[in-house]
Design a protein around this ligand. Structure first.
Ligand SMILES: *Cc1c(COP(=O)(O)O)cnc(C)c1O
Length: 377
């Protein structure tokens, strides 16, 4: 049996007619950049994320960049984030000339530890505290970071909070949505995210009128009105084709999320039969709405061998992420060392993402769990 990690073709077949119709309309109009389709998606996204504004941008990475720019982050500033995330989170901080200050994760959720943030701030010199400007919590795998203490720490220290919600559209924390809690929420429409475009795309959410105004200007070279530039922005624009496609798919998102959550429940019940409890740790659902962009198990032993065995058995898996960011060569100038963040390092060595895409079948899930049981038997 073949079980890919992700199968987008299946999803496309269901929405193909709607997509072909709207894309043809855009071809006929020859209006490609920003415009009514982007505005419609911005309205839809703001509603979905419970914010007053949303600004369509060119990718999730650019969402982070433009949020950092709007927050006024500049050379020499310090921004706290997690080392256990996709590269873009910390890469964006560095591209602003700012310094990422990494804080270890909670091993149960893989999200940044609020206690770790407090300790990091306490350990800073007065000079460093003066340079500390923002926190970027990441809602990893589709589950929100522990936002209440993070927001409290941010409030006490006058820090901007930029949620990296690239993996967490629709996720909730105590009834609040990803992207609604911080000053900014950053989303990605990379095809493998829960809401994917047919190319690159992203969105920044905010409920601040002033930030919204700045984001809209920055997205288009800081111009307002046209050809008058009071800010130095860039080309961070979303195009009409991507917006129209994402807009159609957003109507199905809750249904697809429910299917992912059902698969997570099925995995839980399959794994619970058969004595793997001490070998395979399942995802811990701390928050009420985990959207399972990834279904990540953790194994104490032989993760890479398991992965190779599953591949031979026709099962696609992935490691998110094999090297924590503080140990990436490009960040060697930050002088972090091995064992600086033991939880992130352990997670990088032990986690494995299993298929959890909406169209996955029960038979496929049974096969996956059966092969894992066979491997450890
Ligand atoms: C995917 C992702 C990004 C970047 O999004 P792109 O659209 O690929 O630029 C940023 N942060 C996290 C946590 C992601 O998973």
């Amino acid at each position: 049996m073949k079980v890919p990690l992700l199968d987008l073709k299946c999803q496309y077949q269901r929405i193909k007619q709607d997509i072909l119709r709207v894309t043809e309309e855009i071809y006929d109009s020859q209006y490609f950049i920003l415009g009514p389709h982007v505005e419609a998606l911005e309205r839809q996204m703001a509603d979905y994320c419970h914010t007053t504004h949303a600004v369509g941008v060119s990718s999730g990475t650019d969402a982070l960049i433009i949020a950092l720019m709007a927050a006024g982050i500049s050379a020499g500033d310090i921004v706290i984030t997690t080392p256990y995330t996709f590269f873009a989170t910390a890469g964006s901080i560095s591209r602003m000339g700012a310094h990422p200050c990494f804080v270890d994760i909670d091993p149960a959720t893989y999200n940044i530890s609020p206690e770790g943030i407090s300790a990091a701030i306490e350990g800073m010199s007065p000079l460093e505290r003066g340079r500390l400007k923002a926190i970027i919590p990441v809602h990893l795998y589709g589950q929100c970071a522990d936002m209440d203490p993070i927001l409290e720490i941010a409030g006490e220290n006058h820090l901007t909070v930029i949620e990296d919600a690239a993996q967490a559209i629709g996720a909730e924390y105590k009834g609040r949505r990803a992207g609604e809690m911080g000053d900014f929420g950053c989303f990605s429409f990379f095809p493998s995210k829960n809401l994917g475009a047919f190319g690159d795309g992203g969105m920044v959410t905010t409920s601040s009128k002033a930030f919204h105004h700045t984001l809209v200007m920055l997205r288009n070279h800081g111009s307002h009105p046209k050809y008058y530039h009071s800010l130095i922005g860039g080309n961070f624009r979303l195009d009409a084709l991507q917006a129209a496609i994402v807009s159609i798919k957003l109507n199905y998102l809750d249904q697809w999320t429910k299917m992912r959550q059902d698969h997570a429940a099925t995995y839980r019940s399959l794994f619970s039969q058969g004595g793997l409890e001490d070998r395979v740790m399942l995802p811990v659902e701390k928050e009420s709405r985990h959207t399972f962009n990834q279904y990540v198990i953790r194994v104490a032993e032989k993760r890479d061998e398991l992965r190779a065995f599953l591949l031979e058995s026709g099962i696609g898996t992935e490691v998110y992420y094999p090297v924590p960011l503080h140990l990436q060569r490009c960040f060697s100038f930050l002088h972090y060392r091995e064992m600086d963040f033991p939880e992130a390092e352990r997670a990088a060595a032990q986690t494995l993402a299993l298929p959890v895409f909406p169209e996955l079948t029960a038979a496929q899930q049974e096969y996956v769990v059966d092969r894992i049981k066979f491997f450890y038997a």
